[in-house]
Design a protein around this ligand. Structure first.
Ligand code: SAM
Length: 273
């Protein structure tokens, strides 16, 4: 899979791409990431990438011509003539659709993603109209540039590519992970996953020592009874999701046992899917 990043700060990416899972994925050739300096696509002495907004107002806007030329230099055509399931052009923007794990999975099925990193007040909207088939926000806050957002998205997509994580189950059974069965669990049955997946947040993890600053690990984890461990992990995932992200529960296939457990935590919880 190939990532291209169009930015006025190409050197920004040497840090985020140079560690851990991402570094290994790039080194082993599973993905490649190329940065492209937007200023190389300007034609004036000052290498100007921005201009004042029509209609007045605060700040500067990234001009359309250098971005259009940069995208074309990559062999990418306007969205009307492109197979956007193979080659997608993403505008990073606080006004975009919120980025989710489901979107990360979707992007991981494409062959090439081109990121346009905005700066200042943003990018001339005609670039969005002509070239971008996705406009993505990484959260409800305003960053000073799209570079951090591109790095976040690349990280979350690359770890989903086959061969990147040593154990592929790691990406399936973690927060927001898809439910293996795709179905609600049989009433009263222990859910098939050993983990808090199926759209829930992950359950809490513990490692050695068994006691730390006087706090022991939960006893069930020492017992070796895998059914009990599975049930406990599911309950912890339910409890954490209820506490931190209750809105996610509406999209989760809950078994009768899940519902009973949640009712014990919060009798008034609204669990309608
Ligand atoms: N005027 C814009 C607004 O109010 O929506 C904010 C522009 S911001 C200062 C500059 C650039 O940072 C944007 O063009 C975008 O590329 C990037 N950016 C800011 N917040 C972002 C977010 N939440 N997700 C993705 N990119 C973001």
């Amino acid at each position: 899979m190939q990532f291209d990043i169009i930015t006025i700060f190409p050197e920004f990416f040497s840090g985020p791409l140079d560690h851990g899972v991402l570094r290994r994925a790039i080194k082993s050739g599973i993905c490649s990431v190329a940065t492209h300096d937007l200023r190389s696509f300007t034609h004036d002495r000052h290498r100007t990438v921005d201009d004042r907004p029509f209609g007045g107002g605060e700040g500067m806007v990234l001009k359309p011509e250098p971005i259009y030329d940069a995208v074309f230099s990559l062999g990418i055509t306007p969205k009307a003539t492109r197979n956007t399931t193979k080659e997608t052009v993403v505008l990073l923007s606080a006004q975009g659709r919120p980025f989710t794990q489901a979107m990360a999975h979707e992007l991981a099925t494409t062959e090439r993603v081109v990121f346009l990193c905005g700066r200042y007040e943003g990018v001339d909207e005609r670039i969005n109209d002509l070239l971008c088939d996705r406009e993505i926000s990484i959260g409800d806050y305003v960053l000073s540039g799209g570079e951090l957002a591109a790095a976040v998205i690349i990280d979350s997509v690359v770890r989903l590519l086959p061969g990147v994580l040593g154990n592929p189950d790691s990406a399936r059974f973690e927060s927001f992970g898809a439910d293996d069965t795709g179905n609600a669990h049989e009433p009263g049955a222990v859910p098939p996953s050993t983990h808090g997946s199926g759209g829930l947040l992950d359950y809490p993890h513990y490692t050695r020592p068994a006691e730390f600053h006087g706090v022991p690990i939960p006893e069930v984890l020492m017992g070796g009874n895998h059914d009990q461990i599975r049930r406990w992990r599911r309950q912890m995932a339910l409890a954490k999701t209820l506490r931190n992200r209750p809105e996610l529960l509406k999209g989760v296939a809950l078994s009768a046992e899940d519902r009973r457990y949640l009712q014990t935590l919060s009798p008034e919880a609204d669990l309608q899917g």
